[in-house]
Ligand binder design. Structure first.
Ligand code: AMP
Ligand code: ZN
Length: 139
């Protein structure tokens, strides 16, 4: 637990939340400022800053938990799709420095923007980037 962390305070019961589900590892609650009807957050009960911090155990537990929540959110919101969004670092839009994932229900024409402008790149660029990453991943 981290002293000044708003999500740790919610998990400790020091702050209220609209909790919808929990297990040993995660809680799911409504986002207090929803981007869409049924916007939910999935938050680990231990304090991890971002994706790089979470343990293998939490990582393994995450997807089954997320799937349970996204299925319920889809049914209840009547959405046509959803985004599972997870921001890491201020530059990526992370404002609460305790790992969390957003479940954002989507509809065609809902006007939400989580998108980027796709750019084309040269074969040389693509080959160079592939080489850099393959090299890094092979240590
Ligand atoms: P992010 O920008 O990915 O760090 O998202 C943080 C999210 O946490 C935002 O969507 C906030 O609306 C949400 N949030 C902040 N405080 C609370 C809270 N007390 N209860 C529920 N959601 C919160
Ligand atoms: Zn925390």
């Amino acid at each position: 637990m981290s002293k000044n962390c708003i999500f740790c305070k919610i998990i400790n019961g020091e702050l209220p939340a609209y909790k919808i589900w929990e297990n040993e590892y995660f809680i799911a609650m409504l986002d207090i400022n929803p981007a869409a009807y049924g916007h939910v957050l999935i938050v680990p009960k231990a304090h991890f800053v971002n994706l790089h911090d979470i343990t293998d155990e939490y990582a393994r537990e995450f997807l089954p938990f997320a799937q349970k929540i996204t299925r319920a959110v889809m049914d209840v919101s009547g959405a046509e799709g959803f985004n599972l969004v997870q921001n890491n670092g201020a530059s990526a839009g992370q404002t609460v420095m305790h790992f969390h994932a957003h479940v954002v229900p989507r509809r065609i024409g809902d006007g939400l923007s989580l998108s980027w402008i796709p750019k084309s790149q040269s074969k040389e660029f693509m080959a160079e980037m592939t080489e850099k990453l393959v090299k890094k991943l092979n240590g």
